[in-house]
Design a protein around this ligand. Sequence first.
Ligand SMILES: C[S@@+](CC[C@H](N)C(=O)[O-])C[C@H]1O[C@@H](n2cnc3c(N)ncnc32)[C@H](O)[C@@H]1O
Length: 349
Amino acid sequence: MRLVLCGDTLLERVALRMPLIPLPAVQVMAGMALSGALIASARLGLVEELARHPATAEELAARLSLRADTVRLLLDALQTLGYLRRHRDRYTLTRRARKWLLTSSDVSVIQLVSSTRDLWNLWTDLPDVARGHEVTDHHTRAPDDAYWQRYITGQYEMARLTTPETMAALHVPRQARSVLDIAGGHGYFAAQLCRRYPALRATVLDLPGSAAIGRDLLQRVGADHLVTYQEGDARVADLGAGYDLILCFNLIHHLQLEEIPALFRRVHASLRPGGHFAVLGMLLEPGRRHRPRADECGRGLLFQLTSNGVLCSPEQLTAWLTEAGFAAPRRTRLRRSLGQWLYQAKALH
Ligand SMILES: C[S@@+](CC[C@H](N)C(=O)[O-])C[C@H]1O[C@@H](n2cnc3c(N)ncnc32)[C@H](O)[C@@H]1O
C-alpha cells in the first residue's frame, strides 16, 4: 500500500510521470495539509454538522461560529479525500465519511483522527531521534493528563473495528473461567470476550491513566461488572496466577526488545498448565519480496517516536514464546488492520 499522487487530467498525469512537477514539494505540503485538515475537521465537528444538514461553507461556518474562508478550504480538502461531495456550493457527506467519520457509525474512527493532533509536534523530533537523542515514552504522562482520554478513546475505536475478527480467530480453552488482558486499556476486548463466554471473568492490567479511562468507558456501556482493573506496569507488576487465558494486545511494539521475552516468561508462570497466551501486534515483514507499506512505515516511525519501541520479526516472536515454555504458536493475519498478527500459543507445562 502506498500513498500516491495521481493526476485528475491527462496533462497532470503526464506532468507527474515526466516528471515535471517537483514531487517532494507536493508530497511534503499536501501530506501535512490534508492530515491537518482531517484533524481540524474532526475537532471542529464539521462532518457531524454536515450530517445534520448539508450546507455551503458559509452556512456551516455561521452555524459553528467559524471563519467562512477557512471552512471552505477545509471542506475542499475533505472533498479531495473523498469524504464530501459538492453540488451547487452545498456539501454533503459521502458513504465513506458516514462510515468512518460519523460518531454514530459502529466503525467510526473520528476520535482517533482527532487524537492524532497530539502526535503532530512529535514528528519534528525525528531527526533528533535518528541522531540518538533520548525518547520520552508517551506512557509516562501523569495519570490525570487529559491525553489519556484522547489516546485510549482512539484505541477503543480501533479495537471496536478489529474485535469481531480477533474474537473469531481466538482460541478460548474449554471451560475457561479467567482471562488477564495485559495492557487492555479501554477494556473493550475483555468485555466482549466475557459477553461471548459468560463463564469468563476478566482482569485488565494497565497503567493508571489508561485504567481510569477504561473503567469509565465500560461503566458507560454497562460492562463494568465483567471486567476488574488492576493498575500497574506490565514489566514489573505481579501478574497473578492460574489464568486460563492471557492476552497481550498491541503492547509489545511499545516495549524495548529485551523486555518482551522477560514478560513472556512471567506470563507463562501466571497461566495454569495448558493455559493459552495470545499476542496481537504489528510485526516486521522482512523478506526480499516485501515492499514497505506506507502505513507500516508510518507506524514503525511512530512507535519509535512515542515509546522508543521497535517492531519485532515473526522469528523473534516465535523464539521468545518457545523459550518461555509455550508450544509453537499459531498465527493469523488480521484483515481489517493492516500489518497486524495474532499469535496464540499453549503453555506446555
Ligand atoms: C496501543 S494501546 C492498546 C490497547 C489495547 N490492548 C488494544 O489492543 O486496543 C497500548 C496500551 O498499552 C498500555 N501500556 C503501555 N505501556 C504499558 C506498561 N508498561 N504496562 C502496562 N500497560 C502499558 C497503554 O496504557 C495502552 O492501554
